[in-house]
Design a binder for this molecule. Structure first.
Ligand code: GLU
Length: 450
């Protein structure tokens, strides 16, 4: 579909030409540019600043070889990436993803989204992202350590506490961050806050582990309260995924009085009509690093179904996709709507396809897009950076209160922008525009060359 604005159409065509064969990146850029239609109409002077032409091109893109030796003494080679997308409002900030599907397109879509998400938090963080096509599944701790060390040997040349501060994402948790932090310190002889998501004994922040999931629930709770005067009390919730985001989203949903009935991994999903027992999930996923199918073997009355996409056929009031990009398509969105879903909020990055988003918006479903709804993780990373700079740490209550406040503010920024630009309640547009405005202003004042 063509853009209404010839200018935006031109920007998109340039991006398309420069980045052929990068479907995820183009998908993310198209969605954001579509949100700018009302901005161009209301503030056409933005065109002259060239801010939109500039924001779609990464400031820097680094690709490197990561070679390491496996437990059998065999040399393995993976590809590493870091995109430093935008530093207008702060050092580049964003996670590292280790997953076989990682490529330039995936890293660029994630880095692009991170610009707007980080801006929405209100904290001074630019946008970046990185990772590798390395698959941590089935690897020993020794293999993970050697891979992380090799990865950091190159990455360390490009990052720094005031330059670029990576963190975790899919496949990168406390274990991987620890190995990478150790290697950075070894290479540079500097104990600095160059990574977030660190362990609590060496500069990590309380509540960082829980932050993305908790933040998703704080955001969604505010959204359903303000838009439809609703609460989580007694609601049936379906959450996809079973990683860090899904686990702590489940925990907070249960604390708010909801019943979470399903979780998934890339092989299939579990359905427990009595409500998911989170201690069992945590044992399986966090301690044993095993598959979610184990749950059905251990909890009587629960079921396991092959194929993760079937999770969207379960009837629920609120759906929280927390697995990965494009995990929920138009047909599946329609199934959720037909089954009476009231709200959908994204814990993963870009989990809903453009067709799915259209189905939700057209049917008046309250929809919290990833950039707003899952910003609690990076927001708490920002709080970790602040604590590291001050050489001080806050209590769990202090961090949690700040996170809560940030998520409430994000909802209102997105909602207010949706109203200001004439599409009240469209939080996709509202989040993109609210995140963009601050970055655009900073880019304008900093001049064209950087
Ligand atoms: N990977 C997370 C995200 O998608 C967190 C990034 C961070 O903490 O820097 O926002």
């Amino acid at each position: 579909m063509a853009f209404k604005s010839a200018y935006l159409q031109g920007v998109y065509e340039t991006v398309e030409k420069r980045n052929p064969n990068e479907p995820e990146f183009l998908q993310a850029v198209r969605e954001v540019l579509e949100s700018f239609e009302p901005v161009i109409e209301k503030k056409p002077e933005i065109i002259e600043t060239g801010v939109i032409d500039r924001i779609v091109e990464p400031e820097r893109f680094i690709q490197f070889r990561v070679s390491w030796v496996d437990d059998n003494g065999k040399v393995q080679v993976n590809r590493g990436f870091r995109v430093q997308f935008n530093s207008a409002i702060g050092p580049y900030k964003g996670g590292l993803r280790f997953h076989p599907t990682v490529n330039a397109s995936v890293i660029k879509f994630l880095g692009f989204e991170q610009i707007f998400k980080n801006s929405l938090t209100g904290l001074p963080m630019g946008g970046g992202k990185g990772g590798s096509d390395f698959d941590p599944k089935g690897k020993s701790d020794g293999e993970i350590m050697r891979f992380c060390q090799s990865f950091m040997t190159e990455l360390s040349k490009h990052i720094g506490a005031d330059t670029d501060v990576p963190a975790g994402d899919i496949g990168v948790g406390a274990r991987e961050i620890g190995f990478m932090f150790g290697q950075y310190k070894r290479l540079r002889n500097e104990f600095v806050g160059v990574l977030t998501g660190k362990g609590l004994t060496y500069g990590g922040s309380l509540v960082r582990t829980e932050a993305t999931g908790y933040g998703l629930l704080y955001f969604t709770n505010e959204m359903i309260k303000c838009m439809k005067n609703e609460t989580f009390e007694g609601k049936t919730v379906v959450i996809s995924g079973s990683g860090n985001v899904a686990i702590y989203a489940t925990q907070k949903a249960q604390q708010l009085g909801a019943k979470v009935v399903a979780l998934s991994d890339s092989s299939g999903y579990i359905y427990d009509k009595n409500g998911i027992q989170l201690d069992v999930v945590k044992q399986i996923k966090e301690v044993e690093r095993a598959r979610i199918s184990e749950y059905a073997k251990r909890v009587p009355g629960s079921e396991y179904h092959e194929g993760c996409r079937g999770i969207w056929s379960i009837k629920c009031d609120i759906a929280l996709p927390c697995a990965t990009q494009n995990e929920l398509n138009g047909e599946e969105a329609q199934m959720l709507v037909d089954n009476g879903v009231m709200a959908v909020a994204e814990g993963a990055n870009m989990p809903s396809t453009p067709e799915a988003v259209e189905v939700f918006l057209k049917n008046g479903i309250m929809f919290g897009p990833a950039k707003a709804a899952n910003a609690g993780g990076v927001a708490t990373s920002g709080l970790e950076m602040a604590q590291n700079s001050a050489r001080y740490s806050w209590t769990a209550e202090e961090v949690d209160a700040k996170l809560h406040n940030i998520m409430i503010n994000i909802f209102h920024s997105a909602y207010n922008a949706s109203e200001e630009f004439g599409q009240k309640g469209n939080l996709v547009m509202g989040a993109n525009v609210a995140g963009f405005m601050k970055v655009a202003d900073a880019m304008k004042w900093q001049g064209v060359a950087y």
